[in-house]
Design a protein around this ligand. Structure first.
Ligand code: CA
Length: 239
């Protein structure tokens, strides 16, 4: 990723006052924000042929032509571009739903522009760093019990079935699967999955584990390889 690519950010927000604040804050930090007021315009901007793709999308949940969640679902069919949701509601359901459909982070309105730019920078920092670390490891495919970990491809298969994981699900499962039987606290999992855990919401580990479980259940309905240790954290059952 070049510096130029790292700086192009798509803002999808129908309230001009909020969009103006975001554009100003991002420009001040050296980013090149572009603004769309509808989901349809955002998808068109993302699909437009360019040699400079967007590095990140800031996506309002309440858009005039539908829900930001639907827009994110459509984005995720073709792209892993990081998405930060903006919402007026601080509902747990929204938060889980946002993560479930592949959002990377969440900001509840009203938020300070500084908070947003800090999240944007944190996400853009960890994307190339994590990919470089994984590429450097290049350990080939490692089998841990029922899991096959392919670090070079950032991929994990369970019982021979390739899992479609978000970035955080992948990192959490990789940490758990690397040491079956070891109990990880939520803090430890935050550290494993997020390079800047302080910038993320406290209980996101639980939400991601919930999603991981659902994906594992889709492969093997009767097995639950992730064990919850009340008050302690999570482990992967030993094979
Ligand atoms: Ca809105």
């Amino acid at each position: 990723m070049t510096m130029d690519e790292a700086r192009r950010i798509l803002i999808v927000e129908d309230e001009p006052a909020i969009a103006d604040t975001l554009i100003y804050a991002l420009k001040t930090e050296g980013f090149a924000p572009e603004w769309c007021a509808t989901g349809r315009a955002a998808l068109a901007a993302l699909a437009a042929r360019t040699d400079r793709p967007f590095a990140l999308v800031v996506l309002d949940v309440g858009l005039p032509d539908g829900s930001g969640f639907e827009v994110c679902k459509t984005i995720r069919k073709a792209s892993t571009v990081p998405v930060i949701f903006l919402t007026a509601r601080n509902a747990e359901l929204d938060r889980v739903l946002g993560l479930e459909i592949g959002g990377d982070d969440y900001l509840v309105k009203p938020f300070s522009p500084r908070e947003l730019t800090a999240r944007v920078k944190a996400i853009l920092r960890r994307v190339p760093a994590a990919e470089a670390a994984v590429a450097a490891a290049l350990g080939g495919v490692v089998t841990k019990g029922e899991f096959q970990l392919d670090e070079a491809r950032c991929a994990i298969a369970y019982r021979g079935v390739a899992l479609e994981l978000t970035r955080y699900e992948y990192r959490l499962l990789k940490a758990l699967a690397a040491q079956p039987g070891r109990v990880f606290s939520r803090d430890q999992l935050m550290t494993a999955g997020w390079e800047d855990p302080g910038a993320s919401l406290d209980r996101t580990v639980d939400a991601h584990i919930k999603m991981l479980r659902a994906k594992l259940r889709a492969v093997a309905p009767d097995a639950d390889p992730i064990q919850t240790h009340r008050g302690l954290g999570y482990s992967l059952r030993e094979p």
